[in-house]
Ligand binder design. Structure first.
Ligand code: NAG
Ligand code: NAG
Ligand code: ZN
Length: 422
């Protein structure tokens, strides 16, 4: 077994890890099976170490229920993997084929001046540069009620970019609804769904279908919170999760930004201290450039009228996750209200396609996770409802024809919740 980031760092040559066949820097997952292994929270580390006897098998930190651990197993190790006797189910027969089924990254088509981009945007995945073009184009079509903002810079000096929308009361006159997506680089559907929500909010404003939403809230939407990782997942390693931070004296690249926020960062058990692990928490609380600028920015927008509702979009597990992640016994003060809202969102989500989400606190629903944005925003930024949503999918890789259904079911859920937050 190896962690992806060990596999791809130059210094890992010493550990004699064999890379998945890389061609011009792009990892080839052809023939890899994606395998779920049933376990309990307590069994996770023993499964990791059992599987560590397999040199080329990749451990994937699922954004997933605690009873699963995921592995990408290459064909030549599959018999040996089976011989480990784990309770394993193959959920993707060929990751390479699944990635091919995502389709190509389709270029952005600029609309006529001041018009919204075509909704065909949601029929395909796109490059990071095109996501920025899309955002600018939506803003240009809605000039009096929106602006592009930047949060600050990433490790590789990209601007973390978002769009702010407002309604009849003018800019920054209302409580905030705040959406993040794709802090985990490989969870591409999250970017598309955040943009789908944006597109619905803007396109419905002129005929009045969404004007009460914008008149009641300032929306801050950041479709790609981790652009360095996102670009790397598109150009090199489709299943990359973390940022791309290099640390002195540490060969493995990348920190899990969503284990690095300064909230119960020191609590053991909810993140890894091993730099090569996918949920590596960093060397100190908030020591990633992304965490620094995101915490500052979040506190800044909260300072005016407060943040009413935050969602951090992830995939895949079909969950609506409430605080807390760091502890299964700590209860957020307004838990009953949070659970009731989440239950109503879950019911509405199921109406379009029958997709069944689970709603509950992070720790008890999936697993203990420390240093997550939802806990920080709950405790420090005082966000009323700070959630993570795990979108549909049976793996991180989702065919492009599921972008629109995923957008529709979540938009239905959002529309049902917003009037309850006023
Ligand atoms: C394997 O996992 C399934 C759930 O997918 C469970 O029903 C079954 O009891 C497990 N078997 C063993 C031997 O643990
Ligand atoms: C308003 O516009 C949106 C977006 O174009 C559209 O989906 C919706 O059907 C329209 N509703 C009405 C009542 O015209
Ligand atoms: Zn995630």
């Amino acid at each position: 077994m190896k962690y992806l980031n060990i596999a791809l760092s130059a210094a890992s040559l010493a550990s004699a890890v064999v890379l998945p066949e890389a061609d011009a820097g792009k990892v080839n997952y052809d023939g890899y099976k994606l395998v779920h292994v049933e376990t309990s929270d307590d069994g996770r580390s023993s499964i990791f170490s059992t599987a560590s006897t397999l040199a080329d098998t990749i451990t994937l930190q699922g954004c997933d229920h605690g009873e699963h651990v995921d592995f990408a197993v290459p064909a030549h190790e599959f018999d040996a993997f089976n011989a480990l006797g784990l309770n394993a189910t193959v959920v993707e027969e060929d990751l390479g084929a699944a990635i091919a089924a995502e389709g190509p990254l389709v270029p952005f088509e600029a609309p006529e001046a001041a018009a919204l981009p075509s909704a065909t945007w949601f029929n395909a995945y796109h490059s990071y540069a095109d996501h920025l073009s899309f955002l600018k184009s939506v803003q240009a079509a809605f000039p009096s009620n929106s602006e592009i903002f930047t949060v600050g810079q990433t490790y590789e000096k990209r601007d973390i970019t978002g769009i702010h929308l407002w309604g009849s009361g003018g800019k920054d006159s209302k409580p905030v609804v705040y959406y993040h997506a794709t802090v985990h680089a490989r969870e591409w559907i999250a970017t598309m769904v955040a943009e789908y929500l944006l597109y619905q909010l803007v396109s419905g404003y002129s005929n009045g279908t969404t004007s009460t939403f914008l008149d009641n809230f300032d929306f801050y939407i950041i479709p790609v919170v981790n652009p360095d990782g996102f670009v790397y997942s598109q150009q090199s390693t489709r299943l990359w999760r973390k940022n791309r931070q290099v640390r002195s004296g540490i060969s493995a690249v990348g920190t899990d930004i969503n284990r690095n926020w300064p909230n119960h960062w020191d609590t053991p058990g909810g993140a890894s201290t091993t730099p090569s692990a996918e949920d590596y928490k960093g060397e100190a609380a908030c020591d990633t450039p992304e965490c620094k600028v995101l915490t500052t920015f979040s506190n800044k927008i909260a300072a005016k009228n407060g943040i009413r509702w935050y969602i951090d979009f992830h995939s895949y597990a079909k969950d609506i996750l409430l605080p807390y992640g760091y502890s299964c016994s700590a209860r957020v003060a307004n838990l009953a209200a949070q659970q009731s809202l989440a239950n109503s969102m879950k019911t509405t989500i199921a109406q379009a396609y029958g997709t069944q989400f689970t709603a509950g606190p992070i720790c008890s629903t999936i697993y203990q996770a420390t240093g997550g944005s939802t806990d920080y925003l709950t405790d420090t930024t005082k966000v009323t409802y700070a959630w993570a949503i795990e979108l549909r999918g049976t793996s991180f890789v989702l065919p492009a024809d599921q972008i629109v259904p995923s957008g529709i079911e979540i938009w239905n859920g959002v529309k049902a919740i917003l009037p309850k937050l006023v």
